[in-house]
Design a protein around this ligand. Sequence first.
Ligand code: P1T
Length: 391
Amino acid sequence: MHNPKSKIQNLKFETLAVHAGVEPDPATGAVMTPIYQTSTYAQADVGRHQGYDYSRTDNPTRTALQTAMAALEGGRHALAFSSGMAAIDTLLRLVRPGDHVICGNDVYGGTFRLFDKVLGHYGLAFSYVDTSNLAAVQAALRPNTKLVWLETPTNPMLRLTDIAAVAAVAHQAGAWLGVDNTFASPALQRPLELGADFVIHSTTKYIGGHSDVVGGVIILNDTSIYETLKFLQNAIGAVPGPVDCFLTLRGIKTLALRMEAHCRNATQVAQFLADHPAVAEVIYPGLDSHPQHELARRQMKGPGGMVSFLLHAGEAAAWVVARETQLFTLAESLGGVESLIELPAPMTHASVADSPLAVDAGLVRLSVGIENVQDLIADLAQALKAAGGAG
Ligand code: P1T
């Protein structure tokens, strides 16, 4: 079939987002990847099939999503999963009992829960350190450290880690570096190009972009580790269904455009909050006041769509703000076109309570959407006014 895409080299990110993984369907010429809603495939003879024998093992809609994600992260291979947690869990099967993992001390509550409450029981040891402090990472490395795991920006404190610097010290110690790139997306940051061994995403967030699908993905370059992970993907079976793969692929096409709008709006929202008398602290990598503003400029193409803040009046006022916004929906998750607000301590990070990762009870987290920013600011202004009496 005529396929002009293969003749053009070094496609830019916006072009990859639209085209990567998407080829006219060989059976019909359908321009959009069909939803191959099938569990199994007819075989011409015993063991003789067209590359697909069972949909836990492989499915063409999933193949298209995996190809697209590998291209977007600049990696050789990608594997898709039924959730971000399933992707992380499958990746952690590379680590064996007796091995040690260094994990950032500010990560999604569910990641800490998986490490601390599930995998810890299978003989894996975890240390939680501030990975933005290179000396702290170095000090935590042990002879049996197999993996350094981090988010940048982190959830929910939006701290950054210098990926290239941590990759160098991890590799010197014989450990892998895995980066959860969910908050940045490959439109803003490509960790494999900075030396990371694995990138994972909760594709539920910016990759899908419309809050209508849950999924995860691992991207990597090493072909022999890919073969192991491909074996694990099939053996464990936490795979996404074809409709979920289709929805995620559709979201990807506008990723570049959406991330520009998220960054633009979040920058203005962060500035509005920083100037507001009720607000004690705004955490946003795009503000000069962010302690790693310089690293953000160097490592990321834009500061992202997530903003966290604290109010002078504390936790009670934070609850009022979260209740009173109307365009910002009070909900967990992030990265969709619509704006969301939440309080990490009692919501997304409830599982880190009473741990060294505990989050300030008054912290408010915004996922700034792509609506008109004046409407978003007006919504926050009225909610902050309503919170005026609280505290
Ligand atoms: O929800 P799931 O697709 O399984 O992804 C888990 C996950 C992994 N990594 C990061 C950085 C995440 O933020 C998440 C999920 N986070 C939320 C639901 C949240 O509101 O923070």
